[in-house]
Design a binder for this molecule. Structure first.
Ligand code: SAM
Length: 226
C-alpha cells in the first residue's frame, strides 16, 4: 500500500489564510517536505503542530526526491508545502509531484492561497482569460525579448517581481508597451498591503518616491488602454 502526497497551500502573508483542511492534513502527515524548515516551523508553531520536517528546495530537489518517493512507496504520508502560497507555483514541488505520479502514488491537492489569483481578483483587469508569466528573465536583453513577444497577448498578464527589479521591469514595459494602465499589488494580505492601479509612468514615479519594499505582483492587459 503506497502512501499519499498532499500538496498543501499555505498563507502568502496573513497566517489566518490557511484552510481547515490544510491544518488537519499538516497535523496528520508522517512527514512535511518544505522549502525552508525554519520558515515552515514558524507556521506550524503558530498552529501548535508538531511534525517531522525535511527540506526540499530548488537546489536539492532532484537529490531528495528519490528518498521521498521511497518513503511514499513504503506507505508514508507526505505533506508538501513551500514558504508561501501554492507549492510548484514559482516554487519547488514539480519534480516530487511528477515522480509521485509516475510511481502511481496518489497526489492530493489541498488548495489555498496563491499570489496569482489574489492579485488578479482585485486588479480590475479582465479575469475571464489570463496568462501567468511568473518571473521575467533576469538579463535585460532576455527580459525585453519576452516583453516584445507578449506585445500582442490579448489575455490579462500576471508577473511576479522582486522589489529590487520592479522599477527596471516597469521602465522596460513603458518603453516597449507604452503608458498603459498596470496594477502593482504589493505585500498582499499583509499589514502594508498596497494595490495601485495607474499608468506605468505613474507607477514608476510612485516607486521612485517610495523605495520599493516587499513582494510584488504586476497585472496588466495590453488591450486595456485606460
Ligand atoms: N508559490 C507562491 C504562490 O503561490 O504565489 C509564489 C512563490 S514566488 C517564489 C514568490 C513571489 O510571489 C514574490 O516574489 C511575489 O512576486 C509573489 N508574492 C508572494 N507573496 C506575495 C504577497 N504577499 N504579495 C505580493 N506578491 C507576493
Amino acid at each position: 500500500m503506497s502512501g499519499t502526497l498532499f500538496v498543501i497551500a499555505t498563507p502568502i502573508g496573513n497566517l489566518k489564510d490557511i484552510t481547515l483542511r490544510a491544518l488537519e492534513t499538516l497535523k496528520q502527515v508522517d512527514l512535511i517536505a518544505c522549502e525552508d524548515t525554519r520558515h515552515t516551523q514558524k507556521l506550524l508553531s503558530h498552529y501548535q503542530i508538531q511534525r517531522p520536517l525535511t527540506s526540499l528546495f530548488e537546489h536539492n530537489e532532484r537529490l531528495k526526491v528519490p528518498a521521498l518517493v521511497r518513503q511514499l512507496q513504503e506507505g508514508k504520508t507526505v505533506g508538501l508545502v513551500s514558504d508561501a502560497g501554492t507549492p510548484g507555483i514559482s516554487d519547488p514541488g514539480f519534480v516530487l509531484i511528477r515522480e509521485a505520479i509516475q510511481n502511481e502514488i496518489p497526489v492530493v491537492p489541498i488548495p489555498g492561497p496563491s499570489a496569482i489569483i489574489t492579485a488578479l481578483i482585485v486588479s480590475g483587469m479582465p479575469t475571464d482569460r489570463f496568462c501567468f508569466e511568473g518571473f521575467l528573465p533576469q538579463k535585460s536583453a532576455a527580459m525585453r525579448r519576452k516583453l516584445e513577444e507578449l506585445k500582442n497577448e490579448p489575455r490579462t498578464l500576471i508577473f511576479y517581481e522582486s522589489p529590487h527589479r520592479v522599477l527596471k521591469t516597469l521602465q522596460a514595459m513603458l518603453e516597449l508597451w507604452g503608458d498603459i494602465p498596470i496594477v502593482c499589488a504589493r505585500e498582499l494580505t499583509k499589514l502594508h498591503e498596497e494595490i495601485l492601479r495607474k499608468p506605468i509612468s505613474q507607477q514608476i514615479t510612485h516607486l521612485q518616491k517610495n523605495t520599493p519594499r516587499g513582494e510584488f505582483v504586476l497585472v496588466v492587459n495590453l488591450r486595456q488602454k485606460e
